[in-house]
Ligand binder design. Structure first.
Ligand code: AQP
Length: 345
C-alpha cells in the first residue's frame, strides 16, 4: 500500500487543503508503514509554474508549505517529504507519458478550463499538460493510493487511463503477456470534507485562486480572524440546522467543518446543535472547533518556519529517498519504450 500525493506551494494553505489533503497525509503515513510500505508527499513546485507567478514568492511559499506539513504532523522519519523539482525524473517521465496521453482528454479537464479562463496574459502549454505531470508524479512511485480532495477526482481518473494505456502499449513481456510496468492508482477522497466550500459563496469550493478572502479560512489565520469569517458565513433563511448539501449548502458546509474539526460524524455534529438558538450558535461552535484544531499546528509552524536551512535539509533528505524509487521506475519505462541505450547487465 504505497501512498503518494502532491500539494502546490501556492498561496496560503486553507481549510480545504487542510481537511481534503493534509489531514489525510498525516493519517496515511502510519497506514503505509502498517502495510510495510511508505507514504510519499511532494511539494509540487513545477506545477506552480504553469500559471503567472513571482519566482521569489514561490520559494517563500515552498518553505511555508513545508513548515505547515511538518507542523500538521508529517514526520520525515516515517514518510518521504520532498520538493518535486529536486527529482528530475518527474519532468522526464511527464514527457514520456505525453506519448500515451490523449489531447482530447486533456481538453476535457475542468481545472484547465477554469484556470485558463483566469489567465490574463498567457495560457501556457504547461497548464494544459499539468495532468500529465501529475500522472508522472504518482506513477514514478508506483503508488496505489492517492489522497486528494474531490476537485482532483478527474485528474486521478486520467492518470489511471494513462497508466492503463502505457501498460497496454509498452508492457508486453517477452512471452507476449501484459506486464504492469506502471501501477494503476486509486484516489482516496475523504468521506467528510472532500469539498470544503467558500464561506461567502457555499456553492463554490474554497480555493487559493478562485475564492474570496473573507470566505477562505487560512491555516495560519489568527483566532480573531477565524471567528469573524465564520460569523459572516453565508447560510440561508429557514434557520434549521440540518445537513442537506443541495438545499442548504452554507449550513451543510458548517456542519461538515464542525464534524471534521471535532473528529466526529456529521450526524453527531448536527445532534450537538439540537439546542442551538439559531445559526449564530452554529457559527460560534464551528469557529471554536476550527481554532482548537489549528492551534497546535500554528504553534508548531511558528517554531519551524524561520529555520529555512533545516527545512532545506529535510527536503534534501526526502529527495534522496524519492529519487532512489523514481529512478528505478524511469529505468523500466525507458527500457520498455526503447529510449536511451540498452541497460547494462
Ligand atoms: N476546497 C477544498 N476542499 C477539499 N480539498 C481541497 N483541496 C483544494 N481545495 C479543496 C485539496 O488540496 C490539495 C492541494 O491542492 P493544490 O495542490 O491544488 O493546492 P492549492 O493550489 O492550494 O489548491 P486550490 O485552493 O484548490 O487551488 P486553486 O485555487 O489553484 O484551484 C488537493 O488534494 C486538493 O484536492
Amino acid at each position: 500500500m504505497r501512498i503518494f500525493s502532491g500539494i502546490q506551494p501556492t498561496g496560503r494553505k486553507h481549510l480545504g487543503n487542510f481537511v481534503g489533503a493534509i489531514q489525510q497525509y498525516v493519517e496515511g503515513q502510519q497506514r503505509a508503514v502498517d502495510h510495510g510500505d511508505v507514504a510519499i508527499y511532494c511539494i509540487v513546485d513545477l506545477h506552480a509554474t504553469t500559471v503567472a507567478y513571482e519566482p521569489r514568492e514561490l520559494r517563500e511559499r515552498l518553505y511555508d508549505t513545508t513548515a505547515i506539513l511538518l507542523a500538521a504532523g508529517l514526520d520525515p522519519e516515517r514518510c518521504v517529504l520532498f520538493r518535486q523539482s529536486d527529482v528530475q525524473e518527474h519532468a522526464e517521465l511527464a514527457w514520456l507519458l505525453c506519448s500515451v496521453t490523449s489531447h482530447g482528454d486533456l481538453n476535457r479537464m475542468h481545472q484547465f478550463k477554469d484556470k485558463s479562463a483566469q489567465q490574463r496574459e498567457l495560457v501556457s502549454a504547461g497548464l494544459f499538460v499539468y495532468p500529465t505531470l501529475m500522472a508522472a508524479d504518482v506513477l514514478a512511485y508506483r503508488a496505489h493510493d492517492v489522497p486528494v480532495g474531490d476537485d482532483q477526482r478527474q485528474h486521478v481518473e486520467l492518470m489511471r487511463d494513462i497508466a492503463i494505456r502505457f501498460n497496454a502499449r509498452f508492457g508486453a513481456g517477452a512471452d507476449g503477456e501484459p506486464q504492469e510496468v506502471l501501477v494503476v492508482p486509486e484516489h482516496r477522497i475523504p468521506a467528510v470534507g472532500a469539498r470544503i466550500m467558500d464561506l461567502q459563496d457555499p456553492t463554490r469550493k474554497m480555493s487559493t485562486t478562485g475564492g474570496s478572502v473573507e470566505g477562505t479560512v487560512y491555516v495560519l489565520d489568527e483566532p480573531a480572524a477565524i471567528t469573524k469569517k465564520f460569523k459572516r458565513a453565508v447560510t440561508d433563511s429557514d434557520n434549521e440546522i440540518r445537513h442537506d448539501r443541495a438545499a442548504k449548502p452554507g449550513v451543510s458546509n458548517l456542519l461538515e467543518l464542525l464534524a471534521v474539526s471535532r473528529g466526529t460524524s456529521i450526524d453527531e455534529a448536527q445532534a450537538s446543535m439540537a439546542d442551538a438558538r439559531g445559526y449564530g450558535d452554529l457559527k460560534t461552535a464551528v469557529g471554536e472547533a476550527v481554532i482548537e484544531m489549528l492551534a497546535p499546528v500554528q504553534e508548531r509552524y511558528a517554531q519551524l518556519r524561520h529555520d529555512e536551512a533545516a527545512l532545506e535539509a529535510t527536503l534534501a533528505a526526502g529527495a534522496e529517498k524519492a529519487r532512489a524509487i523514481a529512478s528505478d521506475t524511469l529505468a523500466d519505462v525507458r527500457a520498455v519504450m526503447g529510449v536511451g541505450p540498452v541497460a547494462a547487465g
